[in-house]
Design a protein around this ligand. Structure first.
Ligand code: MRU
Length: 358
């Protein structure tokens, strides 16, 4: 698998349509679904055909492009109104990953600045979606390069959920850190958290690591403390769905537990993600919306029920790891260390080419 991703493409814009691999079927079946309608893209995000914060941002951007291209509007104002409606539908698909909202806003901003006819708006929407995808690929590779100094030779690494090409459309964030270390000859070994209940680690991360030839061992989520205590672990690296101004980080459920265990064992705990996952408008993690998903994800594996009928279930899809448990946040413009209020704001300003307060 190479960039988006050789043998298996994750997401492709082709002939006015969006083609995506159905991640729910992996690794058993590699099936591509073609989307020509933005509502179907919103449903694909909601049902996790496509998942992972950066990838759903890219998918939503192409969803907006589909809304523009397949609209019958003949004047710019009508088309802009239709795009605002499409944005509402796409925004309602999943609440936690801020990349979704960021990508939609980027399309709306671009379209808002396009001061011409409907055809120019259509072209601008598609052009911006393509730019979001391209930026995403460049960003992920840079995150991997920036992290190299944090990964010792022959590092034993615990990784949670899936943050590879499947989750980003290209290369990966936390898994991109592992990939960059592997490509640099550092010989990492990954302990892959299975990641209940959707098993993104067991199904997707092992699939990606296998294709990349990166040595790995699958563990159940509850085994990480035992692995740290008995085998020794050099670092944990995870992705992120939304990072607040103080560094509090929403990521897949179970990330917080892993961070606590890492702290108890003195193991560095790194978060990797693009600046598009920062939500500096939120002062801390308390305001991050946490998606609650269907209880069946917990009570069933496939069609098989594991529990007594009617058992009460809580199924939060994400948790918030407090900033004080995070050793560093790795972005495409550099590594942020505590205090994150200052370091994240500085990285964001630098990326926008603004002078930074020292
Ligand atoms: O529910 P998912 O599979 O979309 O959750 C994915 C994660 O939590 C990832 O760690 C996060 O989106 C970062 S992906 C680079």
């Amino acid at each position: 698998m190479s960039d988006n991703q050789g043998a298996y493409r994750i997401l492709t814009w082709r002939d006015g349509a969006l083609e995506m691999i159905d991640q729910r079927l992996l690794p058993g079946e590699v099936r591509y679904v073609t989307y020509t309608e933005y509502r179907a893209v919103a449903e694909a995000i909601r049902t996790m055909v496509v998942r992972g914060a950066p990838a759903i941002g890219v998918a939503a951007a192409y969803g907006m492009a589909l809304a523009a291209l397949h609209s019958s509007a003949t004047n710019a104002d009508t088309l802009r109104r239709e795009l605002a409606d499409a944005a509402g539908v796409l925004r309602a698909s999943r609440p936690t990953a801020v990349n979704l909202f960021w990508a939609i806003d980027r399309i709306l901003d671009r379209v808002g600045q396009t001061d011409a006819d409907a055809e120019a708006i259509r072209a601008a929407a598609l052009d911006e979606a393509r730019a979001i995808e391209t930026d995403n690929a460049r960003t992920c590779e840079q995150i991997g390069r920036n992290a190299l100094s944090l990964v010792p030779d022959h590092a034993r690494i615990i990784h949670h959920c899936n943050t590879g090409a499947l989750a980003t459309a290209h290369y990966g964030t936390a898994l991109g850190v592992v990939r960059a270390a592997h490509e640099a000859g550092k010989g990492p070994h990954v302990f892959v958290d299975e990641t209940r209940p959707r098993l993104q680690g067991a199904r997707l991360t092992t699939w990606e690591l296998g294709q990349l030839g990166i040595p790995h061992t699958l563990i159940v989520d509850g085994a990480s403390g035992h692995i740290m205590r008995t085998l020794g672990v050099d670092l944990c690296v995870v992705g992120c769905d939304r990072v607040a101004a103080n560094g509090d980080t929403a990521n897949k459920i179970g990330t917080y537990n892993l961070a606590l265990i890492a702290r108890a064992h003195g193991v560095p705990f790194y978060v990797a993600g693009p600046l598009s996952t920062l939500d500096l408008a939120l002062p801390n993690g308390d305001a991050i919306p946490i998606e609650e998903r269907d209880p069946d994800e917990v009570t069933h594996i496939g069609m098989e029920s594991l529990t007594p009928a009617g058992v009460g279930v809580a199924n939060p899809a994400f948790d918030v790891t407090p900033a004080h448990l995070i050793t560093a946040i790795i972005t495409e413009v550099g590594i942020a260390y505590p205090p994150y209020e200052e370091s994240l704001a500085r990285l964001m300003s630098e990326a926008k080419g603004q002078p930074t307060a020292k």
